[in-house]
Write a protein that binds this ligand. Structure first.
Ligand code: FAD
Length: 390
């Protein structure tokens, strides 16, 4: 049996433009991302220049309005771009997804003046964003956040600490959720804060299990002054804005998960068809054939689920339930598929000589970010059986 080299995923794309976009992404992946991924992840190197290239290529603002520098692409196309990027390197795929999340508030809730002033640089002008919701003592219970913004004339003074911030310390702008009023979700307001604002500093990045090239750091806001013109939406609307961003962001995480899982399957198939034991390729043995078949089926099911949710969003229909389901299913599938890929490679799978151990470490974080999978189940259950009685 000859080695089976991985074939590019056959994608159902709605337009010629979308097909060109995927071809462009595959070209960038092959030239600029995949060849350096393993080495740079190992070294914990953040590929800032790749994000600049993606921005220059029109790939950092794909789902947003072209009037403000976006790409006018439906979510079903944008997510497949993310999948391709994440398959090559999760630091890049997830980084683009987080950047989009950071743009969501201004693009969806900003005034025309704010959008005209800031969006073109954010969507295609080389800037990179961070989304600042989590804090050291508020993760899943995000509505209990404590970072404060206090009014001072025409300005706001922001004080507090954000935790786990992707692109913390390297972002050019931060979408920050801060408390401006009562306890709970109704007292939270969103702000757009420049990355180099006075009083804003980043801690040393966390030492993580995977995605080591992606800086994740606490951000300290020590009396950061921003004008009221950088408040996004109404006072007290911030939590609703944050949740709306997360509905879309969860689809991005789902697509990234399928990218990582696909990369793991490709590697497993190539290995299993080349590795001989008992005088035959190990891919001959039914124990592995069934495992590979299950892996492929999980991936197709996950891809179909995130695309179905994306098509609802593109049609302007509610998609919150389906986004939670896609995030849950795709990230659990990625964890299973990447773990099985290590098994298919046997002892070699457990070494850094092959990328499957990296995929397995990368998959784990996707079950945690943008609402853990326990939180996704809570969201889905509320749609299925209604709110809890207390
Ligand atoms: C690499 C990385 C990047 C991240 N990037 C960002 C970012 O850019 N911006 C940002 O704002 N945040 C970011 N986060 C934070 C992430 O969203 C949080 O880690 C996540 O929401 C969980 O919060 P927590 O870690 O505080 O866990 P906790 O909320 O303390 O949860 C601990 C455990 O309890 C479970 N749990 C909590 N509540 C319930 C419940 N009601 N029912 C059942 N189980 C429950 C959780 O599922 C989890 O298993 C990032 C995290 C990581 C690891």
């Amino acid at each position: 049996m000859p080695d089976r080299a991985p074939q590019p995923v056959e994608r159902q794309l709605p337009t010629e433009e979308a097909r060109d976009l995927i071809a462009l992404v595959r070209d960038i992946v092959q030239r600029e991302i995949a060849p350096r991924a393993a080495e740079e992840e190992d070294a914990g190197h953040f590929p800032r220049e790749v994000f600049t290239l993606l921005s220059d290529s029109g790939l950092l603002g794909l789902p947003y309005d072209s009037d403000f520098g976006g790409g006018d692409q439906p979510y079903e196309v944008y997510l497949q771009v993310l999948e391709e990027l994440a398959a090559a390197r999760l630091t890049v795929g997830l980084g683009v997804s987080v950047h989009s999340l950071a743009c969501h508030a201004l693009a969806g809730y900003g005034t025309k003046e704010q959008q005209t002033e800031h969006l073109p640089a954010m969507l295609g002008g080389g800037l990179l964003g961070a989304y600042c919701l989590s804090e050291p003592s508020s993760g899943s219970d995000a509505a209990s956040l404590r970072t404060k913004a206090v009014r001072d004339g025409d300005d706001w003074i922001i004080t507090g600490t954000k935790a786990w911030i992707t692109h913390g310390g390297v972002a050019d702008f931060c979408t920050v959720l801060a408390r401006t009023g009562v306890e709970g979700p109704r007292g939270i307001t969103a702000f757009l804060v420049p990355g180099d604002a006075e009083g804003l500093s980043a801690a040393t990045p966390e030492k993580k299990m995977g995605m080591k090239g992606s800086p994740t750091a606490q951000l300290h806001f020590d009396g950061v002054r921003v004008p009221d013109t950088r408040r996004i939406g109404d006072e007290g609307q911030g939590f609703a804005i944050a949740l709306s961003a997360l509905d879309s962001g969860r689809l991005g995480i789902a697509a990234c998960a399928i990218g990582v899982a696909q990369a793991a399957l490709d590697e497993a198939v190539t290995y299993a068809t080349g590795r001989q034991q008992f005088g035959r390729p190990v891919a001959d043995f039914q124990g592995l054939r069934f495992m590979l078949a299950d892996m492929a089926t999980q991936i197709e099911a996950g891809r179909s689920l995130y695309l179905a949710a994306a098509r609802l969003r593109d049609a302007g229909l509610p998609f919150s339930r389906e986004a939670a389901m896609a995030k849950l299913f795709c990230t659990d599938a990625a964890m299973k598929v990447t773990t099985d890929a290590v098994q298919v490679l046997g002892g070699y799978g457990y070494t850094a000589d092959f990328p499957v151990e990296r995929y397995m470490r990368e998959a784990k974080v996707l079950q945690i970010v943008e609402g853990t999978n326990q939180i996704q189940r809570m969201v889905i259950a509320r749609h299925v059986v209604g709110p809890e009685s207390r």
